[in-house]
Design a protein around this ligand. Structure first.
Ligand code: AVJ
Ligand code: FE
Length: 441
């Protein structure tokens, strides 16, 4: 097998071993509705296999459907998440048999295809990249479901590097053009394309994500009770949700605790805040006299290399993520402390943009100029309706296959069961110059 085909086979196996680990549980845990926001885990499992059948076997290779009668059940647009336990979906044993049957045929298809031929689904292994990324995205969703269910056993205490002191610290990104998006990454989604020039005014952006300590100051300052900090929609969300702190925070009157996969532990003050929705991120930023970065500001700070005049695949360069550059792939079931990855810094000095927590941006999820839907409009295009905010950078729960400078995630602004945090930014004033920036490197 070619190198590319070997990499694809390894990617398929890695994604499947995650799905298997997250669904290696009692039947009841897999079929139950843990939250109206989430599917039962057994739905995600068979949906992953059904997507793989649909795209690799049927669309790319013209193979006759294995189980056409179940397509409707696993179409995410037909049935809302909250209704999926009421459908005649496959049980755990049958779901496992089905996805294994699909996978065997997919490996045969991999053998047979020509990744250098003209078919855009085959070229560069695109359709395999599509299903590998899709499975990893659902694996992260399954982790969020497991977190909501309080299931123990998913805390992995993998080693993470120590943090370093991190007071208020921001870096300056001078005015100038950069290239946003990509034309060349073979597995990039349609929404990351095409590459295009954007000229940004100068701005300041936090070196690190906002940490629990800083966020707890906002809470202690009455941030959740002060309408000044909240957008009109945010005020409505506050009233309806009765939120008083990030999801999974518990107050014992004096100190903060948090629950994580069924464990209760003191809130680690030096970790990035996670499980905040867009409204909370937006309110914090206003309280701090700042704002959320736009998506373009986030991407430029993350990946632009002004000396080379090109975008890097990750903030530190094009090398694959490693233990010293980012916290990805469920090494530990938590974000790393602030300052843990100096080797992962971008050209302007920002750190921890890749991994740890998804970062809310101030931008709606909209198409890049020149966008063309590929291979189907339901992946991205149907969400371009200004009801979804963009998140960037991936979380501790994201596999490296679904994280890069150009990768775009999106969600409703009220969602916070995802592994979401943020950092702040502010526009530069005319007298700001690169020389004055303490963080410019
Ligand atoms: C990009 C994470 C918003 O989970 O709805 C999964 C990814 N698309 N199956 C989602 C996705 C189709 C998507 N997000
Ligand atoms: Fe899906």
């Amino acid at each position: 097998m070619s190198d590319l085909k070997e990499r694809i086979a390894a990617g398929l196996t890695a994604a499947r071993s995650r799905s298997t680990a997250y669904t290696d549980a009692e039947e009841d845990l897999l079929v139950r509705q843990h939250s109206p926001l989430m599917s039962p885990l057994v739905w995600d499992l068979a949906h992953v296999g059904n997507y793989e059948e649909l795209w690799v076997l049927r669309q790319a290779c013209g193979i006759t459907p294995l189980r056409p009668e179940i397509d409707d059940l696993y179409d995410a647009f037909r049935h809302p998440r909250a209704s999926r336990t009421t459908l005649p979906i496959l049980g755990p044993a049958e779901a496992r048999r089905y996805i294994e049957g699909v996978r065997g045929r997919v490996l045969d298809a991999l053998d047979a295809i020509d990744p250098y031929g003209p078919d855009p689904l085959h070229r560069g292994g695109f359709v395999f990249g599509l299903v590998i990324q899709h499975e990893h995205q659902h694996d992260e969703t399954m982790l969020a479901t497991l977190q909501l269910s309080g299931t123990p056993g998913l805390v992995r205490d993998g080693e993470l590097p120590p943090g370093r002191p991190s007071g208020a610290d921001e870096v300056f990104v001078p005015a100038g053009p950069f290239t946003m998006g990509t034309d060349t990454l073979p597995w990039a989604y349609d929404n990351e394309r095409p590459a295009h020039r954007i000229d940004l005014p100068g701005y300041w952006i936090d070196r690190f994500p906002v940490g629990n300590r800083a966020y707890a100051d906002f809470v202690a300052d009455g941030g959740y009770d002060d309408p000044r900090w909240w957008s009109p929609q945010g005020r409505l969300w506050l009233q309806r949700s009765r939120a008083f702190a990030p999801l999974f925070w518990i107050s014992d009157g004096g100190a903060w605790w948090r629950t994580r996969f069924g464990r209760t532990e003191p809130l680690p003050m030096d970790e990035p805040v996670q499980h905040v929705c867009w409204y909370e991120a937006d309110a914090y930023a206003r309280w701090a006299g700042r704002r959320l970065p736009t998506e373009a500001e986030w991407e430029k700070a993350c990946g632009w290399d002004p000396k080379a005049g090109r975008a890097r695949r990750y903030s530190w360069g094009d090398d694959d993520p490693g233990p010293a550059t980012a916290n990805l792939g469920h090494r530990a079931a938590r974000p790393a402390p602030l300052g843990a990855f100096p080797a992962g810094a971008g050209a302007y000095g920002v750190e921890q943009m890749i991994g740890d927590v998804w970062e809310w941006t101030g931008s709606w999820f909209l198409p890049h100029p020149g966008f063309r839907s590929f291979p189907y409009p339901e992946y991205s295009e149907v969400f371009f309706d200004s009801r979804y905010r963009v998140l960037r950078g991936g979380s501790w729960a994201s596999d490296p296959a679904v994280v890069r400078t150009t990768f775009r995630n999106w969600d409703r602004p009220a969602r916070r069961q995802i592994f979401s945090g943020f950092r702040c930014a502010r526009s530069a004033s005319p007298e700001d110059s690169p020389e004055e920036s303490p963080g410019h490197s």
